[in-house]
Design a protein around this ligand. Structure first.
Ligand code: ASP
Length: 438
């Protein structure tokens, strides 16, 4: 029998009805031995996510304000789930304890983590499974970074497929035992860590969509669903703005070759998207696997005669970014020029400072700043090994009368990135998609 870890997202556990669907899915396959729940998400557009409410409670605590009204909303969400499921579980006991503890917290982690904690308590009772507190098995080091080795060992020692368990997502513990959360959306990371620790055959990530689409459905109407994609391709799409799975959730499983299957809780029959190490057979989607992008990049172009023979030029340039804690997205270069492509939010108002340090330390001949650039990545393994791909892409953009401001193709040949003006972004994504997908 194979071992599967099933992580369920917030919308999959937002109400009693959603819990019923989850139970049916879990029990339909006896190899699903470990379940990782998120906190209750939105039931409707106007709803608030429980995690958001918990963060708000903590903010009130820090400001010395009363949070009883917010906590009452949280209490009601859980009470509705428990009564809706007809469960014999005293959820108020846990809620009372949390309400008492909240005012003693200086950091938001404890508050934020309780959404997953309570959902874990309910789901374990509903399935009749063991509840395992992730503070026992997911460890951060004293700097607040995940201690992967220790976590892996603790999970392997604590969990066994003979004893099915529910392990809440999103948090673990610091060396002193205090609660520490992952970044937002981090239950995906917990699922990946559990899958790695128990040496699962498959990591299922259940959400409210049937997998990854080849393009953002808000831009391209009815894009094709990707049935199989490699970890690297997915990483490129995620880095370039396509978001379904938390990006830090890929490496714990990709390093050890455990496939990830994105599935839809509302359509459990759909096979979803499979994320694997390698795909050898041709795929029905053709030459590319997806198009993704983001707006609002700033490009700083630096020119200097004989730049290529000036030792340490790029090092000095990058040390400016390091000093100012700015990370760049791309760095295309030419013989006497180099460009830094940086997300505007990452620059965070420090553009003037960057420019004056460039003048001071690098003595360039010319510096030009181009703002409001959107980057679009066209991704597919072996893109660079096939002829005609770039021609098709640039023809499509030319026919759509879109001016390409920047081109970058990484040497791994897995993506081709073009920069266009922000206002051409959606049009360009559609043109590229249509050029490759029929
Ligand atoms: N509940 C947390 C959040 O809203 C973690 C997660 O859902 O993965 O970010």
């Amino acid at each position: 029998m194979g071992v599967k870890v099933a992580k369920f997202g917030g919308t999959s556990l937002a109400s009693a009805e959603a819990f019923r669907k989850v139970k049916a899915i879990v029990l339909a396959d006896s190899s699903r031995c470990f379940v990782v729940p998120s906190a209750p998400g939105k039931r409707a557009a106007e709803d608030q996510k429980v995690t958001d409410l918990l963060y708000q409670c903590h903010d009130r605590v820090i400001q010395g304000l009363d949070f009883a009204d917010l906590f009452a909303q949280i209490r009601k969400r859980y009470q509705d789930i428990v009564t809706g499921l007809d469960l014999d579980l005293d959820i108020n006991k846990y809620l009372d304890q949390i309400e008492q503890q909240l005012p003693n917290q200086s950091q938001p982690d404890y508050a934020a983590s309780r959404g997953e904690y309570l959902n874990g308590i309910i789901l374990a009772a509903y399935l009749g499974w063991e509840f395992v507190d992730p503070t026992e098995i997911i460890r951060f080091n004293s700097h607040g970074f995940l201690d992967l080795l220790q976590t892996e060992q603790l999970i392997a020692a604590r969990l066994s497929p003979e004893r099915p368990a529910v392990i809440p997502g999103f948090f673990g513990s610091m060396p002193d035992g205090s609660v520490k959360t992952f970044p937002r959306g981090g239950s995906d990371i917990t699922g990946a860590l559990i899958a790695r620790g128990v040496k699962a055959d498959l990591y299922e990530n259940w959400t409210d969509v049937s997998g990854f689409y080849m393009a953002d459905p808000r831009i391209v109407s009815e894009p094709k669903l990707i049935s199989i994609i490699t970890y690297r391709e997915l990483r490129e799409l995620a880095y370039n703005g396509a978001n379904v799975l938390h990006e830090a959730a890929i490496y714990p499983v990709s390093q050890v070759g455990i496939p990830i299957n994105i599935r839809n809780t509302n359509d459990p029959q759909a096979p979803g998207t499979m994320i694997v190490k390698e795909v050898n057979e041709p795929r029905e989607c053709g030459d590319i696997i997806g198009v993704a992008g983001q707006k609002d990049f700033v490009v700083i172009q630096i020119e200097k005669a004989l730049m290529n023979s000036e030792m340490g030029f790029v090092r000095r340039l990058l040390s400016i970014l390091e000093e100012l804690h700015i990370s760049f997205a791309h760095m295309p270069s030419g013989i006497d020029m180099v460009s830094l492509v940086i997300l505007k939010t990452e620059l965070n108002g420090k553009l003037e400072q960057v420019l004056s340090l460039i003048q001071e330390r690098l003595d360039p001949d010319r510096v030009e700043v181009v703002e409001q650039i959107a980057l679009i990545a066209t991704v597919g393994q072996g893109l660079a090994r096939r002829y005609g791909i770039a021609a098709r892409l640039f023809n499509a953009l030319a026919e759509a009368k879109i001016n390409v401001r920047m081109i970058d193709q990484n040497s791994g040949g897995i993506n081709l990135i073009v920069g266009v003006a922000n206002q051409d972004f959606e049009k360009a994504v559609r043109a590229i998609y249509q050029a490759f997908v029929r």
